[in-house]
Design a protein around this ligand. Structure first.
Ligand SMILES: [Zn+2]
Ligand SMILES: [Zn+2]
Length: 634
């Protein structure tokens, strides 16, 4: 469309989910971020998503820009300090920012975690707001302790935001959603957290800024990094009349339409002119969920199965309006590929090219391009441009596909295969018109299917790359007599057998997740109440393992001799998967001694060891301090 565009994106490196995750995996947040960043970069490239710059919010540029913006906000009086009550875990001896804490939403009462009510009303939650807070790390009850934090005077931006949102472009749903929030409640925003990982709050070594301060500042930092490499002044994008357009997921509208413009306004930067929020993704009509296995991985399940990136790009962009839910299912995917890409678009381009190759010596035939065809192409061009300007991508693509359908009908109804026998000139004019349509299709569909349309461009014998041509090229007439390239099939049918194989991989993942979930449910199952007498009837003692050995033929069981205080019992325990026999000797264990003796694998077992059941794997219980063998447990 002839616009100077800089396309930046990046990985959001900070925030508690990353720290919690890194702790769980025994790695540093930095290493965890690097791993995901590389993966995202690879998958984006594999899908032909061509950013000018793909950065990371832990880059120096982002640290520096964030500190500069926070200092500017402080200098303008937009930041103040206040003592607040924060969730604190006495057992872990630390404050519990964001994802470290779980509890109840103070607004709707639904279970909420940290900074958002993601299962209920969807509100952003301020530190200390969550009720009945529980430490996510140890599961212990949190207490509330006073601490000094810094706040951004968001409430003073209410009038500004109401005016600004009125003029904000992009998807109406994002704008209206944000406006509703601003009208209802606009509290000052706590912008500091007690954490080591993140961008340091200026002048406070023990505080970092809240992740939603530095995450969007990444957009500026990535621009700066690209500009530094390319000798461009970054201020020409962020302190000028440039248009800033954000493409985001529908779940982060609050941050992009409220926090972000208020920060930019307060610090004196260019305000976004549009926020385009996409709808949620569903797989097989069910909410996308990693834990439930309701997920299809672009790398493993798609690209590595040899599927072309352009097909998925087409699916996602054409499935529905950008702000509506996208549903992905292999059957629908195959149907769209076979009907729309193979049957309509690919078929038309291939028919026009092969017919010309056969009957006109692979040259664009002589003859006037049908004015009706030119009008029709011009109309499509206008629809594509207006569709893109309104961020209605489906509208633009539908219009291009309608042109392909028109092409098929034009070819079919003008019957060039009959004309060529009697009136070759008339057949030539029909074919030149069809080739013009094919050229327009390649130009207008290029942003959605860059590789496939580049191939079509080459088959049409055109110079250079279609990616470098403007949409206006669609109405530039193909020169008569021009030599065409070799026609080749652009899209191949997806065979049912292959589609079923792909679907089976997905279904299997769902089933595995479900059985895992069931195992979890079972362990969470509550049992009927028992009396103290019933509990007291169990003779539980501390024992010490004296000997341990394998049981021939069993992978699960270990035979143990356990001293329970002056008496040695033989115990058969299903712990071979978790422990090796020789590491157990000398270990103190908790033993239920009056369980009825039994035979396991033909070996006598005269007591039972107590263990935690961690997804089917046994973890032996032990007294916290070493105690005398035979000590009673009650
Ligand atoms: Zn809520
Ligand atoms: Zn804790």
């Amino acid at each position: 469309m002839g616009k100077d565009v800089l396309f930046v994106c990046g990985s959001d490196a900070h925030g508690t989910p990353i720290v919690v995750n890194a702790e769980a995996q025994g790695m540093t947040p930095k290493a965890l971020v690097a791993r995901y960043h590389q993966h995202f970069d690879e998958v984006f490239k594999g899908m032909g998503v061509d950013f000018n710059f793909f950065g990371d919010t832990d880059d120096d540029a982002c640290h520096n820009r964030t500190q500069e913006i926070v200092r500017a906000l402080m200098a303008e009086g937009h930041v103040y300090s206040k003592d607040i009550e924060l969730a604190y875990c006495p057992k872990c001896e630390r404050f519990l920012p964001d994802r470290y804490v779980e509890g109840e939403c103070p607004y709707c009462g639904k279970p909420a975690r940290g900074d958002e009510c993601d299962m209920g009303c969807g509100r952003h939650l301020e530190p200390g707001e969550i009720k009945n807070a529980v430490c996510k790390v140890c599961g212990g009850k949190a207490e509330y302790r006073k601490q000094t934090h810094y706040f951004f005077r968001l409430s003073q931006f209410k009038d500004f935001l109401l005016c600004y949102l009125e003029t904000l472009g992009g998807t109406a749903s994002a704008r209206n959603y944000a406006m509703e929030w601003v009208r209802q409640e606009l509290k000052d925003w706590c912008i500091t957290r007690n954490m080591a990982w993140g961008v340091k709050f200026p002048g406070h070594e023990d505080l970092v800024v809240y992740v939603w301060v530095d995450a969007p500042i990444g957009y500026i930092a990535f621009t700066e990094e690209w500009c530094a490499k390319n000798g461009v002044d970054w201020q020409s994008y962020w302190k000028s009349d440039a248009q800033i357009v954000h493409f985001i997921g529908g779940d982060i509208v609050y941050h992009h339409c409220i926090f972000w413009p208020a920060m930019l306004k307060g610090a004196g930067y260019t305000l976004p002119s549009a926020v385009v929020a996409s709808g949620m993704l569903k797989i097989d009509d069910k909410k996308f969920s990693k834990s439930r296995g309701n997920v299809i991985w672009v790398k493993d399940d798609y690209l590595e199965k040899g599927l072309h990136p352009d097909l998925l790009r087409y699916y996602l962009a054409s499935y529905t309006a950008h702000n509506k839910e996208v549903n992905f299912a292999w059957k629908i995917f195959a149907d769209k590929v076979n009907t729309e890409l193979v049957g309509a678009l690919g078929n038309f381009i291939n028919r026009a090219l092969t017919f010309t190759a056969k009957n006109f010596d692979s040259r664009v035939p002589q003859g006037e391009i049908d004015p009706e065809v030119m009008t029709r192409i011009g109309q499509t061009l206008n629809e594509v441009v207006s569709g893109l300007e309104e961020y209605e991508f489906k509208k633009a693509i539908d219009s291009v596909m309608a042109l392909a359908d028109y092409g098929n009908i034009y070819f079919q109804s003008h019957e060039p295969w009959k004309l060529v026998k009697g009136d070759k000139a008339a057949a030539g004019a029909v074919l030149r018109s069809c080739l013009q349509i094919a050229k327009a299709l390649a130009v207008l569909m290029q942003p959605v299917m860059p590789t496939k349309m580049e191939a079509a461009w080459k088959q049409l014998g055109l110079d250079g790359s279609v990616a470098e041509r403007s949409f206006q090229e669609a109405i530039a007439p193909l020169a008569e007599g021009r030599l065409l390239g070799t026609p080749e099939i652009l899209f191949s049918r997806m065979e049912e057998k292959f589609v079923n194989e792909l679907d089976a991989i997905f279904k299997k993942r769902m089933e595995e997740a479900e059985s895992k979930g069931k195992a979890k449910d079972k362990s969470a199952e509550k049992k009927a109440e028992i009396s103290f007498e019933q509990f007291g009837s169990m003779d539980i003692r501390i024992g010490e393992i004296k000997e341990a050995g394998a049981i021939k033929g069993s992978k699960k069981l270990i035979k143990l001799q356990v001293d329970i205080g002056g008496e040695v019992r033989q115990v058969v325990a299903g712990i071979a998967g978790a422990y090796s026999a020789n590491e157990l000797v000398g270990t103190q264990v908790v033993v239920l001694t009056n369980l009825k003796p039994t035979k396991l694998f033909g070996v006598d077992s005269q007591a039972m060891l107590l263990a935690a059941d961690v997804e089917g794997k046994a973890v032996l219980l032990q007294p916290r301090e070493s105690v005398k063998t035979g000590t009673k447990v009650r």
